[in-house]
Design a binder for this molecule. Structure first.
Ligand SMILES: [Ca+2]
Ligand SMILES: [Ca+2]
Length: 240
């Protein structure tokens, strides 16, 4: 049975709906309306309670998804689901990658200077997801890695606020990950709105980027020619 995802669509907005084999409706649109939580969410990395929640799918070549670099068949596919309530924002990730390259990059080491002295995000040299909210006087970034062979999920985050972009202390989201027998990685995250200093009623612009490296253990320089990533950029709204 096809479930129609209810979207608050602005004029001239293109909406794409695709069905995945499991029957969950997946969508990639420039505006994403997050449903209010109607079930218990246990942040344990198992996603059975997320069944039926619409998901945004990030993979090269999908409508509404931009990509950089040369992707091969079956390289990367990440489905992201979200729910909210008055206190928390919940995310569920189902991450498929044919070659995991999971390393911890601490915030201190997050910037890497290449041989031309160009500043680069070191996380882009590995498998990493970036969750980024940026609007006037507000900038929140979270980088989170998958979990593979008991490594990960690694993450760091940063909240900048105000005209000068002063850093604010913010409590970390709760993050739990699992590696499934079929090779997929599932991750659940729970953010406290109060720590994010965001109000769900207002909605906000969001960018999601997933970097894919298939060269575990290699030096950064040797990875530069094969960097690849997919991104989605749009507005997040929260159904009342
Ligand atoms: Ca769960
Ligand atoms: Ca990879």
């Amino acid at each position: 049975m096809r479930r129609i995802v209810k979207l608050s669509v602005r004029s001239l907005l293109l909406v794409f709906l695709i069905s995945c084999p499991a029957g969950t409706e997946l969508s990639a649109q420039a505006e994403w309306t997050v449903p209010r939580r109607d079930r218990e969410i246990l942040v344990d990395g198992f996603l059975q309670e997320w069944q039926g929640v619409p998901a945004l799918e990030l993979a090269p070549g999908l409508p509404g998804i931009s990509s950089e670099g040369e992707f091969g068949e079956g390289d990367l596919r990440v489905a992201i689901q979200a729910l909210w309530d008055e206190q928390y924002l919940y995310l569920a990730l189902t991450w498929r990658d044919d070659t995991w390259d999971v390393e911890e990059v601490t915030r201190r080491d997050a910037v890497w200077l290449d041989s031309n002295r160009k500043r680069r995000d070191r996380m882009l040299l590995f498998d990493y997801l970036k969750f980024h909210v940026r609007q006037a006087d507000y900038d929140y970034t979270l980088w989170v890695s998958p979990y593979h062979q008991e490594k990960g999920p690694f993450f760091w985050h940063r909240l900048l606020e105000g005209y000068r972009g002063m850093e604010r202390a913010a409590g970390s989201p709760m993050i739990t990950a699992r590696e499934l027998e079929d090779g997929r990685v599932t991750i659940e995250l729970m953010f406290f709105w109060k720590e994010l200093r965001l109000k769900p009623k207002e909605g906000f612009p969001l960018t999601l980027t997933v970097a894919d490296s298939d060269l575990p253990g290699r030096l950064p320089e040797s990875k530069l020619g094969s960097l690849k990533s997919v991104s989605w950029r749009g507005g997040w709204r929260f159904s009342q």
